[in-house]
Design a protein around this ligand. Structure first.
Ligand SMILES: NC(=O)c1ccc[n+]([C@@H]2O[C@H](COP(=O)([O-])OP(=O)(O)OC[C@H]3O[C@@H](n4cnc5c(N)ncnc54)[C@H](OP(=O)(O)O)[C@@H]3O)[C@@H](O)[C@H]2O)c1
Length: 419
């Protein structure tokens, strides 16, 4: 029997500094190490800015959990037992459905997570680590995530980590009106920031990116100005707010950049810096200069709580949708198990008749040699196999389509008794 277990390290109980350590592990090698663990048949890895989650299909959940826990503790320096939460069977499936629905996100209702789960699924398929069991779990969770978004208003208003960063800046400065904003990065998260800035009547937006073309493209969409990365200090000097979101695995802005921009005394007026990258891209040493405020993703918690409060009713509706979808999935599983048991009983029933008729025939024929016995037995095997092939297929199909009547009728017809 195959079971599902999962390990979760998320923003709900681990801060961004610790999360960085786990997220730093390269996905392909991590997947391959998990695949080699005791009793593992399938595995998948979901790694986003707010979470590292491992899903495993295993023939021995207890042994795999122990091996997985030991692996995580050994792999990551600074790792602790309480950083990782384990779930199993329906708990794992429910959790993934809540994730795809945006209910477990830091910014509840954000849409980006659905695409990130799809990517994790496709990656697992490509690597050959996701098979029948996890495939079904992921496909179901993705379809629930879509359903929740169409049937409830949980994602209304297009909230995202980008809009949360803008809301944080707006709140801390009372207003962003007439402020100059420097966006560092021009990928998905910077686009979300940019989209959100559009309604704030800011004075100017600069977009700095490693690849200048991408900066130009985003700046053009925003009516802003693209900045070459090496001219960052110049634009820093003109900015009130810096929002940084790149995938660089290292620091992109540190104290020396601010010193180059403002001189050794630092900025004369407040400079608000928000880093929404994981791993973080703004070094904490910027705080050694006066007038600098730095917030990372943990700093978005209050904005996140307000967002969650605003969506309370829709979250409840989403939870109900998830419950009923999982209930449906469970009953389909049970039906499938039902048909498996019917097929097993039918084969046992026919097999018993075959064995007894064979024994009777051998007795009657008195003196058949081993070769003749084998011919007779093979013929009987072949006949029963052929007779049972179609009904077996039909029962499996009936179970898949939820046609319980055929399963019941078969049991009645052959007087098959469940224990
Ligand atoms: N997407 C989300 O919903 C989300 C949510 C929360 C946090 N985040 C975090 O935000 C960051 C960016 O995510 P994303 O989704 O926007 O990624 P993305 O779409 O892949 O964009 C990556 C950006 O980072 C830049 N970049 C990559 N490597 C770099 C390097 N070595 N030096 C300087 N710039 C580099 C890229 O510049 P080029 O154009 O030159 O390649 C691009 O602008 C990540 O740390 C992620 O964890 C993302």
């Amino acid at each position: 029997m195959i079971g599902v277990i999962s390990a979760h390290i998320t923003h709900r109980w681990v801060d961004i500094k610790k999360l960085e350590l786990y997220a730093a592990k390269e996905a392909r090698s991590l997947l391959s190490s998990i695949k080699d663990l005791d009793s593992v048949c399938e595995c998948a890895l979901l790694k986003t800015c707010n979470r590292v989650e491992i899903y495993v299909a295993t023939t021995n959940p207890e042994r795999t959990k122990a091996a997985l826990e030991a692996m995580i503790l050994n792999f990551v320096e600074g790792s602790e037992r309480n950083h990782v939460q384990f779930l199993s069977s329906t708990g794992s499936v429910r959790h993934l459905a809540r994730v795809t629905s945006g209910l477990d996100s830091m910014i509840v209702g954000e849409d980006q997570i659905l695409a990130q789960v799809k990517e994790a699924y496709e990656f697992g398929i490509k690597e050959g680590t996701i098979g029948k069991t996890l495939g079904e779990v992921f496909r179901k969770a993705i379809s629930i995530g879509k359903k929740v978004r169409t049937e409830t208003g949980v994602n209304k208003g297009g909230v995202s980590i980008g809009s949360a960063a803008v809301e944080l800046a707006n709140g801390l400065l009372s207003s962003l009106q007439n402020r100059t904003i420097l966006v560092v990065g021009a990928g998905e998260v910077s686009r979300l920031v940019a989209r959100s800035l559009a309604s704030h009547n800011v004075k100017a937006i600069f977009v700095a990116n490693r690849t200048y073309d991408a900066a130009e493209q985003l700046a053009a969409e925003l009516g802003g100005e693209a900045v070459h990365f090496d001219r960052l200090p110049e634009r820093l000097r003109m900015s009130d707010v810096v929002i940084c979101g790149t995938s660089a695995p290292h620091v992109v802005i540190d104290k020396s950049d601010l010193v180059r921009a403002f001189g050794p005394a630092g900025p004369a007026t407040p400079l608000l810096m928000i880093d929404i990258s994981n791993p973080r891209n703004i070094s904490e040493d910027v705080l050694e200069l006066p007038n600098v405020q730095l917030h990372d993703m943990d700093g978005l918690k209050e904005v996140a709580e307000r967002n969650e409060e605003r969506r309370k009713n829709e979250i409840e509706r989403a939870e109900k949708t998830i419950d009923s979808e999982l209930e449906l999935m469970k009953s389909r599983f049970e039906e499938r198990r039902d048909s498996e048991e019917t097929v097993r009983l039918l084969h046992t029933y026919v097999g018993r008749i075959r064995e007894s008729e064979y024994a009777k025939a051998v007795n009657k024929l008195n003196g058949v040699d081993e070769r003749q016995k084998k011919v007779m037995y093979d013929m009987l095997m072949s006949v029963t196999k052929k007779i049972l092939a179609e009904p077996t297929e039909s029962l499996k199909e009936a179970s898949k389509n939820g046609e319980q009547e055929l399963i019941d009728a078969t049991e009645k017809l052959f007087k098959l008794r469940r224990r």
